[in-house]
Design a protein around this ligand. Structure first.
Ligand SMILES: Cc1ncc(COP(=O)(O)O)c(C=O)c1O
Length: 303
């Protein structure tokens, strides 16, 4: 609905790879990235500069908690991000802000913004359309249900405008996937009204939170800096470690698979760890395995 051939989509440089398939392969748009991090936090400067460089309509995509890094901006950073977008609409540019909230609610640190940035963007300016995307896959832990939610918000939006958006969306859904599974929808509908829902969700959150706290603690061991350091993370399902220059992530991924029964995802020289999927008791071993695989790689390289 929002990306036509040749349109630019602004995304941080660490993103879910399906965005390339969706925006570039399917809709012939062009993804423009900016480095997600600067000085250990969200790179507001890079974000602003990238928005500045685009003339005409801006489509941008924000995904917090972010896949693959597990980063959500801090409360102090959100204000700066919102201001950067406001500066663009003040210059007369129309902005579509797509907010992928696939991991909404999974924040594990106090200073992190726990609401969706949608709340602020939907009230920001008549030229800023905020599009919030939610999926129960992660938010409600129902992998495979194939249900999604879209919420639109624009300052002073009228019911006619929202009706037009709704009709266009219905057409786009029908033209893409025909329809969502009715069984999944019905099960979720019933779950959302169940008295047990909040308690079930809290239990899953507690499990993930414990896994998060465990990986934070394990990675604090200074011995690991010999081979890798963690990128900033505070939320979500994943986190990334950055390997030291002399190491090759792809080779280490293979060593981990062959010799340590450990599966990881590689992005350039980063390794993404799905701490969400590892029992707390096995997290120390996971990190240790990576360390040992790095040692092995160096030994082999010297031979
Ligand atoms: C950032 C992000 N958005 C959306 C999705 C899509 O989720 P689903 O499995 O419900 O299609 C994923 C899944 O990995 C994701 O990481």
């Amino acid at each position: 609905m929002f990306v036509d051939e040749g349109d630019t989509v602004v995304i941080p440089d660490l993103y879910w790879e399906n965005y390339s398939l969706i925006f570039e392969n399917a809709y012939k748009g062009k993804i423009v990235t900016f480095p997600l991090f600067k000085n250990g936090g969200f790179n507001v400067e890079g974000f602003s500069e990238t928005l500045d460089s685009i003339s005409g309509k801006i489509v941008l995509l924000l995904n917090f908690p972010n896949n693959p890094t597990g980063y959500t901006p801090l409360i102090s950073e959100i204000e700066l991000i919102v201001n950067a977008i406001k500066q663009q609409s003040d210059k007369g540019k129309r902005v579509v802000a797509i907010i992928d909230d696939a991991y909404f609610g999974l924040v594990y640190e106090k200073e992190v913004y726990t609401e969706s940035i949608f709340n602020q963007l939907s009230l920001l300016d008549e030229k800023v359309l905020a599009v919030k995307l939610d999926g129960p896959t992660k938010e409600d832990y129902v992998w495979g249900f194939r249900v999604g939610f879209i919420t639109y918000g624009v300052k002073n939006g009228t019911s006619e405008l929202y009706e037009a958006l709704e009709n266009k969306t219905a057409g786009a859904v029908r033209g893409n996937i025909s329809n969502v599974s009715h069984l999944s929808q019905s099960l979720l509908y019933s779950a959302y009204f169940s008295e047990q829902y909040e308690a079930d969700k809290k239990q899953k959150y507690d499990t993930l939170n414990a896994r998060y706290q465990s990986i934070v603690k394990v990675l604090a061991n200074p011995k690991y800096t010999k081979h890798f350091t963690a990128l900033p993370f505070n939320s979500g399902y994943f986190m990334c470690i950055e390997l030291n220059q002399s190491l090759k992530a792809e080779a280490i991924r293979k060593i981990l698979l062959d010799n340590y029964s450990t599966g990881v995802i590689v992005f350039g020289n980063l390794i993404r760890l799905a701490f969400s999927a590892v029992p707390e008791s096995k997290i120390p071993q996971l990190v240790e395995n990576i360390y040992l695989a790095c040692d092995e790689f160096i030994k082999k390289d010297l031979e």
